[in-house]
Design a protein around this ligand. Structure first.
Ligand code: KE4
Length: 428
C-alpha cells in the first residue's frame, strides 16, 4: 500500500494543527507511522488519499453503524441544509428525535441534546451533583467519558495511549472529587463508598467498556452497582456514548437488564454529525435550566442538520430491529474466524466481544479491567495493526480501543478480514 499523499497531507497539517490532527487518537502515535487521510467513504469502505480501499472497523469510532454515506441520512441532511443550517431557536425536529429516542430507551422521560459525548457526560455529572447536592464522583480506571477535567483521571482511550491518563491542566481541586475504582471490582466500589459516606453524587460507568479495548461487565457487577447506588442514595450514570443504539435499540440497559438513573449518548445518535445527549426520568431532568437551577447550554445544541442525521439514523434502527441481531451475528463470525487463524499460528491472544463491539488483545490472561488490558503485548499489536493496514483492513490504531462493526459489512468482507489476519499472523 502506498501512503505518499497521506504523509504529505500530514506534514502540511502539522504546520497548522497541533500534532496534525483534531483528536489525538487519529495521529497513530500508539502504532507509529503517519495517519491515513480519508478522501471519502461509502458503506463499509474507506477510500484514502492515495486511492487505497480499506475495510473500515472504526466507522468514525462508532457512529457509522449503517455504513458510510448512508443514503437516508445523507438525503435528510441535504434537505435540511436547504432550509437553513442553524437558528438558535427551537425547531420541531428536536421534539421528533427526542420523542423517538425516549420511546427506544428504557427509564428516560426527557432528553437534552448537546454536541459531543464529552458534553453529554460533563453535563450529566453536573446534573447529578446539582440534584443530589453532593460533590464526589466515582469513575473507573480505563473508562473514558470525554475530556472534561473531572474525567481525565486514569482515563482510557487516547488518554492512556499517550500516557496522560491524568492530564496536566486538571487542578488538584477538581481531581480530589473524582474517586477511582477498578472495573468489575464491586468490593472496591463498596469500600470507596464507605470511605466517603454521604459525599458521592454519582457513579459514572461505561456499562460495556470500550476504551481499554472492549470489556464486558462481570456477571452481577452492574446489578451490584445498582444496589449500592440505591442503598447509598447515589445516582448511577451509564455512559452509553458507545453502546447506546448499538448494542440494542435500548442500548446496554436493554441488553443487560440493568437500569441507570442518567444515560448519556453520542456517536450513533447523531448519525455521524456532532450530537451528544443525556437523559433521565423527569424528576431528575427537571432540575435543568430553564426549569431548574442546574445550568447547561449550547449555541449549536439541537442543530437542525445534526438532528436530521440523527433522526434518520434512529428511525431506521427503530424500524429494522433485526439489524442488532445481524450485527451481533457478523461480529460473532468475525470473532470465531480471527480466533481460529490466530490459534492455528499459535499467537497468544484473547478476544472480547459484546454485540457489535469487539477487541483483540495479545495477552494470555483474560482482559477484565484496565490493569489486565495493559498487559497486552503492544509490539505485537503494532505489527498486527500495520499488517492489517497493508492488507486493506483498517482497525483501531490503539490496543485501548474497540472495533465497531457496521451493518454494511458483508460476509465476504469478513472472510477477507479473517484471511488478512491469517496472513499477518504468520509475520507476528
Ligand atoms: P466525544 O466527546 O469524543 O464525542 O465523546 C467522548 C466519549 C464519551 N464516552 C465514551 C464511552 C466514549 O467512547 C467517548 C469517545 N470515544 C472515543 C473513542 N474511544 C472518541 C475518539 C476520539 O477521542 O477521537
Amino acid at each position: 500500500m502506498i501512503y505518499k499523499r497521506s504523509s504529505a497531507l500530514f506534514a502540511e497539517a502539522q504546520k497548522v494543527i497541533p500534532g496534525g490532527v483534531n483528536s489525538p487518537v487519529r495521529a497513530f502515535k500508539a502504532v507509529g507511522g503517519d495517519p491515513i487521510f480519508v478522501k471519502e467513504a461509502k458503506g463499509a469502505y474507506l477510500y484514502d488519499e492515495d486511492g487505497n480501499r480499506l475495510i473500515d472497523y472504526i466507522n468514525s469510532w462508532g457512529p457509522m453503524i449503517l455504513g458510510h454515506a448512508h443514503a437516508p441520512v445523507v438525503d435528510a441532511v441535504i434537505d435540511k441544509t436547504k432550509k437553513g443550517t442553524s437558528f438558535g431557536m427551537p425547531t420541531e425536529i428536536e421534539t421528533e428525535i427526542a420523542s423517538l429516542a425516549i420511546s427506544m430507551v428504557p427509564n428516560i422521560d426527557k432528553i437534552r441534546f448537546v454536541n459531543s459525548g464529552t458534553e453529554a457526560c460533563m453535563s450529566a455529572v453536573r446534573l447529578a451533583r446539582g440534584y443530589t447536592g453532593k460533590d464526589k464522583i466515582i469513575k473507573f480506571a480505563g473508562c473514558y467519558h470525554g475530556h472534561s477535567d473531572s474525567f481525565l483521571i486514569q482515563a482510557g482511550s487516547g488518554a492512556v495511549t499517550f500516557g496522560s491518563p491524568n492530564s496536566p491542566g486538571v487542578t488538584k481541586g477538581t481531581a480530589q472529587d473524582t474517586l477511582l475504582a477498578t472495573y468489575n471490582d464491586l468490593d472496591h466500589v463498596a469500600s470507596i463508598i464507605d470511605s466517603n459516606k454521604g459525599e458521592i453524587a454519582c457513579i459514572i460507568i461505561e456499562p460495556v467498556a470500550g476504551n481499554m479495548g472492549c470489556i464486558p461487565p462481570a456477571k452481577g457487577f452492574l446489578e451490584g452497582l445498582r444496589s449500592l447506588c440505591d442503598t447509598h442514595d447515589i445516582l448511577l450514570i451509564f455512559d452509553e456514548v458507545m453502546t447506546g443504539f448499538r448494542l440494542a435499540k435500548g442500548g446496554a440497559q436493554e441488553l443487560l437488564g440493568v437500569n441507570a438513573d442518567i444515560v448519556t449518548f453520542g456517536k450513533v445518535i447523531g448519525g455521524g454529525l456532532p450530537v451528544g445527549a443525556f437523559a433521565a426520568r423527569s424528576e431528575i431532568m427537571n432540575h435543568l435550566a430553564p426549569l431548574g437551577p442546574v445550568y447547561q447550554a449550547g449555541t449549536l445544541s439541537g442543530n437542525p442538520l445534526a438532528m436530521a442525521a440523527g433522526l434518520a439514523m434512529l428511525t431506521e434502527l427503530n424500524e429494522k430491529k433485526e439489524i442488532f441481531k445481524s450485527l451481533a451475528d457478523k461480529t460473532e463470525y468475525l470473532h470465531k474466524g480471527i480466533a481460529r487463524v490466530l490459534n492455528e499460528e499459535n499467537i497468544t491472544h484473547t478476544i472480547n466481544r459484546v454485540g457489535s463491539m469487539i477487541s483483540v488483545h495479545f495477552s494470555a490472561d483474560p482482559v477484565i479491567d484496565f490493569a489486565s488490558a495493559a498487559t497486552g503485548n503492544n509490539d505485537t499489536f503494532k505489527k498486527f495493526f500495520h499488517g492489517m493496514l497493508e492488507n486493506g483492513i483498517y482497525i483501531a490504531p490503539s490496543a485501548f480501543e474497540t472495533w465497531f462493526i457496521t451493518e454494511a459489512l458483508t460476509y465476504e468482507d469478513l472472510d477477507e478480514t479473517i484471511e488478512a489476519v491469517q496472513k499477518v499472523a504468520k509475520t507476528l
